[in-house]
Design a protein around this ligand. Sequence first.
Ligand code: NAP
Length: 448
Amino acid sequence: MLRVAVVGSGPSGCYTAQSLVQLGRDVRVDVLDRLPCPYGLVRYGVAPDHEKIKSLQNTLRTVLEHERVRFLGGVPVGPGGVPSARLRELYHAVVYCVGAATDRRLGIPGEELPGSWSATEFVSWYSAHPDAVDDGFLRGARSAVVIGVGNVAVDVARMLVRGTAELSGTDMPQAALDALAAGRVADVHMVGRRGPSQARFTTKELRELGALPDTAVVVDPAELALDAGYRDPSGLPGAQRRNVEVLRDWAGRPAPDAARRIRPRFFLRPVELTADGDGRVGAVRFERTAPDGRGGVTGTGRYEEIEAQLVLRSVGYRGVPLEGLPFDAASGTVPHRAGRVLRGGVVAPGEYVAGWIKRGPTGVIGTNRPCAKETVTSLLADAAALTGRALPADPLPLLRAEGLEPVEWSGWRAIERAEADLGTSLGRHVVKLPDWESLLAAARTATT
Ligand code: NAP
């Protein structure tokens, strides 16, 4: 029997576990997560109003409930938890599916001003991530700037203009719902440094902005037309062409009267966040860019300021180094060959990666399936060599003896029940528990 630890229970971890038990008959898998809750970014990244994508949790659930798969939450790997070397002693193989845990930086003055946050911090807050901090994000803001034009930018722009009626049916924590519902943000500027044909959002997500209640999407046809791909989209790949057509449609008709406006902007490169009289962010200063004909842009020396009491930097995620594993700082990933971790260019037997820590933070959730399958194929090809080593008995009592308190599946089910109860008490459906204390207290009721 091959015993495998999968570190991380997001989509890549679950798809890895699924491939392992589907492709290998004599395999047992422990899926470890530092949080007491499974599903990674499906639970803590997918926007609460994207219920269809969120329902993917039901598919991932069947993986974690498989008879040869075991979920062990509340088990951090690395400092303060199980060292990676210890994990190698307890399992024949370890697959790291830890995602890209931090956000990229802009590296411009004023980035740290109060009122400026990474989109990740904002998303974590409204997704009830237990490490999130309620920083009073909205604080009376009337104008918000979202820097970046990827799907996360679209998510946060949309969440900023949603009202109570649309949010109360979601599982978002009550405090975030109250704050968003009371928000006064009337203008959300979503700003790209390149042109509309180079934006990273997907068409379905972009189009959704045009269907939000009491919200107008306002674009400037002249700004869009700075992009050759907008003027003549015939040579663009399908996804980009469809994005451009959605923007053209908005540009071609007057924006309706509405309480709130989302303003996609292009060819503006952020150069500084400037403070208001109270030392909080008051505006973002951009340099107007121009296409360089090779897909990039150059500065024009012309500047524009956009007023903003709230700035969300949505410029992508970044992988962080893992204790005991090699790391390529340039790409923010672990070097690998078909999922096998490489140390100094040489395969490290028994160590694997899948998901964003393997290929970088790109693609949609489904991209993780083939990615996981490739890694699992490598792992299973190595199985004969890996199982030559005798392992201690079940790792769970050993982890407990070493001071960890893993949250098993029954503990997670207890958290789910507590979230359903909380929802009922608030007259809502399921409402997420937003902090460590209440999650762990709920998990403990599984055994009492
Ligand atoms: P992303 O797709 O990589 O977009 C990052 C954006 O930030 C790009 O517009 C990029 O512009 C811009 N950017 C990067 N550095 C910048 C800088 N220094 N100054 C100004 N702009 C900068 O990242 P993401 O939005 O975080 O999404 C991550 C992944 O999750 C993507 O694969 C996304 O599709 C996925 N996701 C999917 C969904 C969904 O399917 N509904 C929802 C959320 C996330 P350049 O192109 O010019 O670099």
